[in-house]
Write a protein that binds this ligand. Structure first.
Ligand SMILES: NC(=O)c1ccc[n+]([C@@H]2O[C@H](COP(=O)([O-])OP(=O)(O)OC[C@H]3O[C@@H](n4cnc5c(N)ncnc54)[C@H](OP(=O)(O)O)[C@@H]3O)[C@@H](O)[C@H]2O)c1
Length: 309
């Protein structure tokens, strides 16, 4: 299996990326050290967001990796960041990306995503209430994303947390089609219908919380303890985490596990050079699915109820 895929924009993206979100937000030095360790291990794709406060530590890790010769220049990396919901309105998109680039200390990102199809009022923060959710201007916000692309500030643009209806609306007006839809995806939320639509439209799906996340505002910690996953892991001499990640790759998506621990970062890389059998894929496909509202404890509800202007 290829370790990279080609996006509709033409750029190459490693199918394994390191997630950098953690809540509560850790000390920046800890985040930088974990990312630097990941670069030493061979990770080349990093998923950040203005919301995560990991852009600056990632930028410092990039500088250190260049200074120490781990990479020779920034172009060896694939860096994805996201437009926060607090900046998801016309006029705010290009300045928000410029702020992210400034924090990252780089001239362009490889991928810029709308973090979620909603606008939230107030200061950037992880926790908000339904009262803070405002109508989302799909047309005007995407025009801002297209401007980022045309200016060369983002080599590819895409979306995140876009369910089928919001994605279809976007496709109805987009001049540049989204290259990626990054969504929560793991054996308890397999996103079958959304993946089919994305495949038909040439949109690559990237899986966040592929190990079930931390169970904080999103994800489900049961994933790594599912009896089906544990059985397959035992049979193959792999860990439950490796089985979940390999399953994602075999479904054609890229996977973005987060670990700030050296051993687990290494463990999460051992997902190439072996496969899951048809019978094992079948067992995973039959795992009962969470309904969407339960699957993403924090995001599905406000996204589904967010109206478009
Ligand atoms: N677009 C969005 O809205 C969105 C939402 C959520 C996440 N994301 C992105 O996706 C990334 C990954 O998602 P996530 O952080 O929610 O969840 P995840 O990667 O599924 O799980 C992370 C949790 O699993 C642990 N872990 C990592 N490797 C492990 C292993 N081999 N065995 C057992 N436990 C392991 C981590 O702890 P340690 O660090 O201690 O190893 C952490 O507690 C994020 O960091 C972020 O970049 C995007």
């Amino acid at each position: 299996m290829e370790t990279e895929i080609v996006l509709s924009s033409g750029g190459r993206m490693p199918v394994l990326g390191m997630g950098t979100a953690a809540y509560p937000v850790p000390e920046p030095e800890l985040v930088e050290a974990a990312i630097f360790e990941a670069m030493k291990l061979g990770y080349r794709h990093f998923d950040t967001a203005s919301l995560y406060q990991s852009e600056r530590p990632l930028g410092r890790a990039i500088s250190r990796a260049i200074q120490t010769g781990i990479i020779s220049n920034r172009s060896e990396l694939f860096i994805a960041t996201k437009l926060a919901c607090f900046d998801a309105y016309p006029g705010a998109v290009v300045p928000a990306l410029r702020d992210s680039l400034n924090a990252l200390g780089i001239e362009y990102v490889d991928l810029y995503l709308i973090h979620a199809p909603m606008r939230v009022r107030g200061e950037k923060r992880f926790v908000f209430t339904m009262d803070d959710v405002m109508p989302f201007d799909s047309v005007g916000t995407w025009e801002g994303m297209e401007e980022c692309y045309e200016l060369g500030l983002a080599k590819a643009i895409g979306v995140s947390n876009f369910p089928i209806d919001k994605l279809k609306l976007l496709l109805s007006h987009a001049k540049v089609h989204p290259a990626v839809n990054q969504v929560e995806m793991h054996p308890l939320w397999q996103q079958k219908e959304l993946r089919e639509l994305c495949k038909e439209k040439g949109i690559h799906v990237s899986s966040y919380s592929p190990l079930g996340g931390t169970g904080c505002f999103w994800g489900n910690r049961e994933v790594l303890h599912l009896k089906e996953i544990e059985k397959i892991a035992g049979d193959k001499g792999k860990t439950a985490a490796q089985v979940c990640l390999r399953w994602g790759l075999e479904k054609g998506v890229s996977v973005l596990p987060k670990s700030f621990n050296k051993e687990r970062l290494q463990e999460n890389m051992d997902i190439f050079g072996w496969t899951l059998g048809e019978d094992e894929l079948q067992v995973i496909s039959l795992i009962p699915q969470l309904v969407e509202d339960d699957a993403s404890q924090g995001l599905a509800r406000p996204i589904n109820s967010c109206i478009n202007v």
